[in-house]
Design a protein. Structure first.
Length: 92
């Protein structure tokens, strides 16, 4: 199943600098592992925003939920999930 996910990051300005750096490092590793495994198909920056638009291909809602709850930045994110269906005019 395909899902578009928008993640907006709201890191508290007073977050401890070491915790911030460790969380960002862990987020990058987590995201890159899921891209390498093939579940995280696209990861795009929303221009001008501390947000991304991602596409996941996963077995279902429960798997996507597990992935999102596992994001190191999850406590600092607003997340919107859109299930995707094939568009009748799509050629690929
Ligand atoms: O910077 C972001 O958009 C948050 C994020 C998700 C995966 C990642 O590496 O950073």
């Amino acid at each position: 199943m395909l899902f578009a996910v928008q993640m907006t990051v709201n890191l508290p300005p007073d977050l401890d600098a070491d915790l911030r750096a460790a969380t960002l490092t862990a987020e990058k590793e987590y995201a890159q592992e899921l891209q390498q495994s093939g579940e995280w198909l696209h990861l795009w920056r929303c221009a001008g925003q501390y947000a991304n638009l991602s596409v996941f291909e996963v077995t279902g809602n429960d798997r996507l939920n597990d992935i999102l709850w596992g994001l190191p930045l999850f406590p600092y994110m607003d997340i919107t999930v859109t299930p995707l269906a094939r568009h009748p005019s799509a050629i690929r």
